[in-house]
Design a protein. Structure first.
Length: 646
């Protein structure tokens, strides 16, 4: 969990004091590693569960502060967005029934969160990215009121000196421009921790880098972003873009992003990572100095290393080393951040078991893997798994390449089972959790694959917003059933019954597959498009993509009615025909407000702008369709009421 107690930016004295403490913390860590102070005789596991709050319309519910007040449990904390929360689970010794205890506590915190959210008419969903999220949900109004998040957003924006850009290609393609780090709030994770000894850190950290790809391949659960089908685990690409403070010149200098897999194996010690992160990445957060770590060590006390932990919390490696203190004893953990939340608690526990089993077995099987495999292959595996899930092609330590499903089933599952047996994990638990992984591979149905199938197999009726909300409702129902995702049926989604909530804003039903022309285009071109595509209005954009005007069929009829010869009229440039003063709206404009604008100004079309750019269009035809559906829904509801009375 990130430290919320940070100082405001702009104080050079605070910055200098923090840098001094940060460097002292690194020196103290070096002494602690050299003198053997850090715990080395106990292996523990742990996890952080992120979750998203949704309202009765399957949209994000910004209620985290209120829900957390009801929960009143120190395991829970805030997250970046007001519709997200996080639970930090109890550390467990890696043996016996620890996996069962992990699952039990996950279910406990989920029930607690759900019961508290229900008092506000909300629910809790485990998903990598909430399908129904929209750009309108990612404003600063929905950022949690915390010094940490305000400062992070301010510093990242200042360093970047421009908006945040996101460009991701999958089956579809998305290109976003956003003015804050709130895009990161789309991501919901299940982060697993493994405590390791300093002596084994190098080998086990490199091993974590290697095994993350196959574990991720079978765990992917976020293929959709704003209705676009992208990577099997879109979170990974989105997270990197959403907090990327690098400028254009930084890219030319090949500067690493703050969200990263890494560029090389670790060779000597944990210090390599901490030193690199201090050297490469600008301090984003500072805090009041709380100790002199070197003095603490000299007096026989354990330093908190608060500055190092604060800075470490702003460098988001997919496998991140963490320093902590438990029962007065310092320790080192590897935090794996790549796994998504969901689809169910059982699926998450199975993913964790697979990761822990591989970590317990492969080092003994192969020895130091950084001596036998090129790092770039491990990195390629990671991104291949994120893009393609079980369809990824993965390189392995024997020098061969395998489909992820074959590698996992034939090689890695047996090794994971052996690793869990080595740690004396209950045999029934090994069978239960790794059995889920095995059945998921046999069925080929990861969370991402179920979402893709369910989203694609709809009958095409309803708007995109309706389909995404229906998908969310189905996910929540199946998640609450407790059945693992490989048992989830793929069925045709049903449109939400409350039709009024489907058409509250124009962004829910506006047309986005637009045809546009330029001011210099000839009218004949416009007339041809209208005829071919059976449309009555065409927006006009200038060379910079700004809305310059609007052409309607009526404008063309007026041109001809002026007595111009047909051939001459059709050669007239669009700028002489278009209306340049256009009434526009935004995706957040209420539907009733749009109808009133059309009535008052006697127009049949309203271009929809976002950040000054054209993103959609609403016509009287769209409004007639909305009215028809609402009337049909009302009549159906009345018939049902009459039938119930009878």
């Amino acid at each position: 969990m990130g430290d919320q107690q940070v100082l405001n930016e702009g104080d050079e004295k605070n910055y200098a004091e923090f840098m001094h403490e940060l460097l002292a913390d690194v020196s103290a860590m070096e002494i602690m590693l050299r003198t053997g102070i850090i715990e080395s005789d106990c292996v523990r596991i742990g996890a952080e569960q992120e979750m998203v709050l949704i309202d009765q319309n399957q949209r994000p519910a910004p209620l985290a502060a209120s829900v957390l007040a009801i929960i009143n449990d120190p395991r829970f904390t805030i997250e970046l967005a007001r519709f997200n929360m996080e639970a930090n689970l109890t550390p467990l010794e890696f043996s016996g029934d620890c996996l069962r205890k992990l699952e039990t506590e996950l279910n406990e915190v989920l029930r607690l969160a759900g019961a508290s959210a229900s008092q506000y008419g909300a629910g809790v969903l485990l998903t990598g990215i909430l399908p129904g999220l929209s750009d309108a949900d990612l404003t600063l109004d929905n950022m949690t009121d915390s010094p940490r998040y305000r400062q992070l957003n301010s510093m990242l924006s200042r360093l970047r000196r421009s908006d945040f850009f996101v460009h991701i290609k999958g089956i579809d393609e998305i290109h976003l421009v956003h003015n804050s780090m709130m895009l990161e709030a789309c991501n919901t994770s299940f982060q697993v921790h493994l405590q390791v000894s300093p002596e084994q850190f190098v080998d086990l950290y490199n091993l974590a880098q290697l095994v993350t790809a196959p574990v991720l391949a079978v765990a992917v659960n976020s293929p959709l972003l704003f209705g676009k089908r992208l990577w099997a685990e879109t979170r990974l690409a989105l997270f990197q873009h959403s907090v990327d403070e690098r400028s254009n010149i930084d890219h030319e200098r090949h500067r690493s992003p703050r969200v990263m897999f890494g560029d090389r194996w670790v060779n000597e010690s944990l210090l390599e990572i901490f030193r690199e992160d201090v050297a490469r990445f600008r301090v984003l957060l500072t805090r009041t100095s709380e100790e002199d770590p070197l003095e603490e060590l000299s007096n026989g006390r354990i330093p908190r290393l608060g500055a190092l932990r604060t800075h470490n919390g702003t460098v988001w490696r997919w496998n991140r080393p963490c320093y902590g203190i438990l029962n007065g004893v310092p320790h080192i953990r590897i935090e794996n951040r790549a796994l998504p939340a969901g689809p169910t608690v059982l699926d998450e526990t199975a993913n964790a078991a697979f990761f822990y089993g591989l970590m317990a077995s492969l080092n003994e099987e192969y020895g130091p893997i950084h001596r036998i495999m090129d790092f770039d292959l491990a990195k390629a595996n990671f991104f291949s798994a994120a893009r393609n899930g079980l369809d990824a092609q993965l390189y392995w330590l024997n020098g061969k390449s395998y489909p992820a499903s074959v590698l996992i089933m034939n090689y890695l599952l047996p090794m994971a089972k052996a690793g869990l047996r080595k740690k004396n994990i209950d045999s029934q638990d090994i069978g239960r959790y790794l059995g889920v992984i095995e059945e998921r591979i046999k069925s080929g149905q990861t969370g991402a694959e179920w979402i893709r199938k369910s989203f694609t197999f709809t009958d095409g009726s309803g708007t995109l917003d309706m389909r995404l909300r229906a998908l969310t409702a189905e996910m929540l129902e199946l998640q609450n059933s407790g059945k693992p995702v490989h048992e989830w049926p793929v069925s045709a989604l049903k449109a939400p019954e409350d039709y009024r909530s489907n058409y509250e804003t124009v962004g829910q039903f506006m047309s986005t597959a637009l045809f546009t022309v330029r001011p210099d285009d000839i009218v004949d071109y416009v007339a041809s498009i209208m005829h071919w595509e059976r449309i009555r209005h065409i927006p006009v954009e200038d060379e910079m993509g700004n809305l310059a005007g609007l052409v309607s069929q009526r404008d063309l009829m007026v041109l001809l009615a002026q007595g111009s010869q047909l051939n001459r009229a059709m050669a007239v440039p669009v700028r002489e025909v278009m209306k340049s003063e256009v009434i526009t709206i935004t995706p957040e404009t209420k539907t009733l407000e749009a109808i009133e604008l059309m009535r008052r100004h006697r127009v049949g079309c309203l271009p929809v702008l976002k950040c000054g750019k054209l993103v959609g269009i609403v016509t009287t035809f769209d409004i007639a369709g909305v009215s028809s559906r609402l009337l049909e829904a009302a009549l159906k509801a009345n018939r049902q009421k009459s039938s119930a009375k009878t």
